[in-house]
Design a protein around this ligand. Structure first.
Ligand SMILES: NC(=O)c1ccc[n+]([C@@H]2O[C@H](COP(=O)([O-])OP(=O)(O)OC[C@H]3O[C@@H](n4cnc5c(N)ncnc54)[C@H](OP(=O)(O)O)[C@@H]3O)[C@@H](O)[C@H]2O)c1
Length: 280
């Protein structure tokens, strides 16, 4: 995977830059996470985010908001084809994955899903993945991803599938950096996308108070959140911070006009304490 082109100011007319996936599709290097954002708030948040320059929206069957995400995509004043929509199959759907993909399409009410991911490893994940591959051939889905696959899970999974996933979505933040797993995944040409990029709900406030991050943020006249997102981008990781706060949405996009030095990257690397904020 090439280095992201990150020196691009974001406006509605010039949205987030992209990285080319193994499948040839272009993935925006920063997106919106929609976990815990539901109902009308979800519709409005997705539409507002797209209108301000976001082009990547992450959903999941588990979040119960696919209908609202689809409505938000349609409500935005940007053509649907310019937005990359991800959703996920939950393990309890793997045994009827083909039907579950049709259900997701129907809830999103979109002509196709840009990326369908497996939410977690499971004993029948390769069968569900095969169903995604069939849906790609049928034009219902464009490409496939997986989530919560670390070195051991990925090594077990890859020999079971014919086409590599384009992307793996894993937990990554300054207190859980996956320093070995990220390059391992990237060495396969697979893009790493980070969930809980800001530590996750309930942990963000603690992360924002970190002294090292605050000092680096002050040097760049940026917020700690912007430094965290920029640190992920410079590692070649695609963050999908979650927010329904318009000011935060805007702030989280403004990460393409500064650069962390190698010393600052190293100082953030030193914060890793293997503190996982969720069980998977
Ligand atoms: N594959 C998986 O298993 C998995 C697991 C978890 C999450 N995910 C995905 O990853 C996405 C991101 O995770 P997440 O949303 O749970 O956690 P997160 O992005 O790490 O943190 C979200 C929290 O950060 C706050 N926040 C966002 N921008 C901020 C800013 N500029 N300043 C201060 N606070 C800010 C949000 O509050 P406000 O709303 O007030 O801005 C919210 O409380 C999810 O939405 C979901 O799409 C996937």
């Amino acid at each position: 995977m090439g280095i992201f082109n990150l020196k691009v100011p974001i406006t509605a007319a010039a949205p987030v830059p992209t990285v080319r996936l193994l499948s040839g599709y272009e993935l925006p290097v920063l997106g919106l996470g929609t976990y815990a954002i539901t109902g009308e708030k979800c519709v409005n948040t997705v539409a507002a985010a797209i209108n301000m320059g976001y082009r990547l929206i992450d959903s999941a069957s588990f979040y119960g908001n696919e209908r609202e995400v689809g409505n938000g995509v349609r409500r935005a004043s940007v053509p649907r084809e310019q937005v990359f929509v991800q959703t996920k199959l939950y393990p309890n759907q793997y045994s009827y994955a083909e039907l579950a993909i049709d259900e997701a399409l129907s809830k999103l009410n979109l002509d196709y899903i840009d990326m369908m991911l497996l939410h977690h490893p499971a004993h029948n994940d390769s069968e569900a993945y095969a169903a995604i591959e069939r849906a790609i051939k049928a034009g219902k889905v464009r490409t496939a991803g997986i989530s919560c696959y670390y070195e051991r899970e990925l090594s077990a999974f890859l020999p079971k599938v014919t086409v590599k996933p384009d992307l793996i979505q894993n937990e990554v933040h300054p207190y859980y950096q996956d320093m070995n797993v990220v390059p391992f995944i990237q060495s396969h040409g697979i893009v790493v996308q980070s969930w809980y990029p800001l530590g996750g709900r309930g942990y963000t406030a603690k992360l924002i108070k970190n002294q090292t991050l605050q000092e680096i943020a002050a040097v760049h006249h940026k917020s700690v959140v912007q430094v965290i997102l920029r640190w992920q981008l410079q590692r070649g990781i695609v963050p999908i911070p979650g927010s329904s706060n318009p000011a935060h949405l805007k702030e989280n996009l403004e990460v393409f006009d500064f650069e962390l030095s190698p010393e600052q990257m190293a100082a953030i690397a030193a914060l890793d304490c293997h503190e996982k904020h969720d069980w998977y």
